[in-house]
Each structure stands twice: as C-alpha cells, then as structure tokens.
Write a protein that binds this ligand. Structure first.
Ligand code: ATP
Ligand code: I3S
Ligand code: MG
Ligand code: MG
Length: 363
C-alpha cells in the first residue's frame, strides 16, 4: 500500500500533485474558446499568494483562459475588475464589508466563498457544530466531534467546569479563534487539573482522542474530495495520566514536513476512512457550511474500525492547488455554457470525461 502523507520536499509534493492532476484531469478537454477569458480577482495574504499563485499555476491557467488579477482590498471592488470569480482568504471587517457590498450589486459574480460562511470556521466552537448536529452514523462508521468545553473567561473556574462536564484528561487546549494568525495555531496539552486554572481564555478544551499518531486531511474542492495521511500527535497513556503534569505547547504537527510515504504503519491505523462515509460527510458539510473550498482533519479512534472524529476544519487550505485550478476551469466552462459560447463537441467531451469520475475519485 502506498502512503500518501506529507512529504518533506516541497518540489516532490508539487510534482506529485501535478502528475496526479494530469493523470486524472483531461486538461485539454477543459479549455474554453481562446476568446473567452475568465477573470479571477484574488484577495489573499502575501503568504497565500506565494503558496497558491505559483508562476507555473498562473501560466497553466492563462493557457486555459483564466487570468488572475490582484484585488486592492482597501478600495471598493466595483471600481476594479470586472471579475467573474472572487477568490479570497483575508480576515477583517472592512474587507468583508467591501466584498458584501460588491456581491450585493453583482450577484452574477462567483464569490469563493461567501464571507459569512467562512466566518463560521473562525470560531472553533461554531466550526464543528455542523458535524455534531449531523451525527453521522451508517454501516461504514460513525463521525462525531471530541467532547469539548468552551471557556470564555475566569480561568480559575476551569477545573470545576471540566469536572462538571465530566471531561477526562489530558485535554487539547485550542484558542477559540481560528483566524489563521500564528496565535490561533498555538495549541497545548493539559495533563492536570491544577494547570487548567493557568490557561488563557477564550479557549476550547477538547478531550484527547488516541488515534495511532495518524490523521486524515480531507480536501474538498467543489465536488472533488482528496484524502491524505499526515503524522499527528502520538497516543497518550490514559491509564496513567498522572505520570505527566503541566501544560505542554506543541508545534503545528499536521503541517510538519514529515513524510509518511515510507513509514511502516499499522494497517488498522493507516487505512483511509471508508469512501462512502467520507462522501456522505463531505456532501452534507458542503451544503451545511455553504463552502466549496475547505479541508477537514479527521481521526480514527485507535483500536476501532469506524469511530471517527472531526477535530478541525480549515478554509481554502494550501495543498492541492491544481484541484482548485480544475475547479475554476469547470466554473469557466459552466459560465461559457450558460452564455452559449462553448461548442457542443467540447462540452459533451468534457461531461463524458468528468462523469467518468476521472478526477472526482477519493483515494
Ligand atoms: N481532540 C484531539 N485529539 C487528539 N489529537 C488532536 C485533537 N485535536 C487536535 N489534535 C492534534 O493537534 C493537531 C492540531 O490541531 P488542530 O488541527 O485543531 O489545530 P490547527 O492549528 O487548526 O491546525 P491546522 O494547521 O490544520 O489548521 C492535529 O493535527 C492533531 O495532531
Ligand atoms: O494545506 P495544509 O497542510 O492542510 O495546511 C493548511 C492549514 O490546515 C490551514 O489551517 C492553514 O490556514 P490558516 O493559517 O488560515 O488556518 C493553511 O494555510 P495557508 O492558507 O497559508 O495555505 C495551511 O497551512
Ligand atoms: Mg488541523
Ligand atoms: Mg485549523
């Protein structure tokens, strides 16, 4: 079995993604007529521009009739463009207001994704609410969220609150706000009750779920789902939690550049979540969240076959950018078709290719 986790060499991962996309996506079938251009306005942080808008991607997009144009996020959007699609990942009320004002006047523009829907993911409580409400359970497994407690003030009351809620130690301590800032990714593990009163709310305290040190990153791009394995935190011995005391900060493990490609993993840990279960979960979340570009982090409780927990949802993640390009191309074609400017031969060929599921596969 080939493990497809994070790889240490960025180039290697880019090449792999490109090969995968080329294998799966009949890109030649996806070219709108040369006269038809799709303008994608983007409002991204400089970090995101660097990781997403790589020259190779821009070049490929241009060949397919997609042009990326930087949006000045301090000026009204109506004075810029016109845009067919607005792709954005910026926080801030001013930007949100500018975008909403623009969208109200230009409902024909595709906004990836609606600001209100993204906002839902900026709070770790509301982020997982839809997964909890969904309470998905079928013959392939069960998907829930870890038991958790939200603390907004008074750290001295935390030990009592944890006791009352019946949460067991250790607890994963996460900042309530998940706005992409470095601080919002500062997580720690709290091993004892006394240390809990030294924490700095607003926080989410989440029960640690043993999962064999491997997590699944599920990328959702429109209708497409892509799953990879990443190394995660190792299991903790819950029978002797008192061996450890204190609060330990841990680094962004899931982003760490550690390859799982050649790792010898227990098959029960490495096995991907069942595809029908993921398809069901992703379809539901896509609708409930109203998002088209996001990823979910999901873990399998160690020792179980089908007990899964969603622990994190991120908007417009950094990987699988070629899938995003393909998604933009499909939007371009849909637009061309709507305007009747796309030839029948090309469209039927494209539909044939896409309905074969060439690039919709979960693997
Ligand atoms: N409840 C949990 N049980 C076990 N491990 C957990 C739990 N919550 C988080 N982790 C571990 O901590 C890591 C970081 O947690 P989480 O994904 O919530 O943080 P994040 O900062 O939002 O990460 P990302 O970089 O994916 O946005 C996870 O990848 C996983 O390894
Ligand atoms: O692409 P993967 O490895 O899945 O990691 C993503 C994280 O999961 C996201 O949380 C990051 O976004 P934020 O920093 O905005 O949370 C996201 O940051 P990005 O927006 O800079 O790409 C990625 O680091
Ligand atoms: Mg995560
Ligand atoms: Mg996250």
């Amino acid at each position: 079995m080939r493990l497809n986790g994070e790889v240490s060499c960025i180039r290697h991962e880019e090449e792999e993604q490109e090969e995968e996309a080329e294998e799966r996506v009949p890109l030649t079938l996806l070219a709108p007529p040369p006269s038809q251009k799709l303008v994608v306005g983007y409002a991204l942080t400089s970090k995101k521009v660097k990781s997403f808008l790589q020259p190779k991607l821009e070049g490929l997009a241009r060949k397919k009739g997609i042009i990326f144009v930087a949006i000045d996020h301090c000026q009204p959007l109506g004075n810029q463009g016109p845009f067919d699609i607005v792709l954005h990942k910026l926080t801030g009320k001013e930007w949100q207001q500018l975008l909403e004002d623009y969208w109200e006047k230009h409902p024909e523009v595709t906004v990836l994704d609606p600001p209100a829907a993204i906002k839902h993911l900026r709070n770790r409580q509301s982020m997982l609410q839809d997964v909890a409400d969904l309470n998905l359970s079928d013959c392939y497994g069960k998907v829930g969220i870890p038991r958790q407690l939200i603390i907004t003030k008074d750290p001295s009351s935390i030990p009592d609150a944890v006791n009352k809620a019946g949460l067991s130690l250790p607890l994963v301590v996460k900042p309530l706000v998940a706005d992409g800032s470095a601080k919002s990714h500062e997580l720690s593990l709290a091993y004892d009750e006394v240390s809990l009163s030294k924490l700095d709310p607003p926080l989410v305290l989440q029960e640690f779920v043993n999962h064999g040190g491997v997590l699944f990153k599920v990328y959702i791009v429109g209708e497409t789902i892509k799953v990879v394995r990443r190394f995660s935190l190792p299991d903790v011995n819950k029978c002797e939690p008192l061996n450890n005391t204190g609060v330990f900060q841990f680094p962004r493990v899931s982003c760490a550049a550690a390859s799982a490609d050649d790792a010898e993993l227990d098959p029960g840990v490495a096995e991907l979540p069942p595809r029908p279960l993921l398809e069901n979960l992703c379809r539901e979340l896509r609708h409930r969240l109203g998002l088209r570009l996001f990823n979910i982090d999901i873990i399998r409780e160690h020792g179980t076959k089908g007990r899964f927990y969603v622990i994190d949802i991120n908007y417009f993640p950094g990987k699988y950018i070629l899938l995003i390009l393909v998604f933009l191309l499909t939007l371009a074609i849909v637009k061309c078709l709507a305007m009747n400017t796309y030839s029948l031969i090309s469209s039927s060929a494209w539909y044939k290719a896409s309905s074969k599921g060439d690039f919709l596969a979960v693997n």
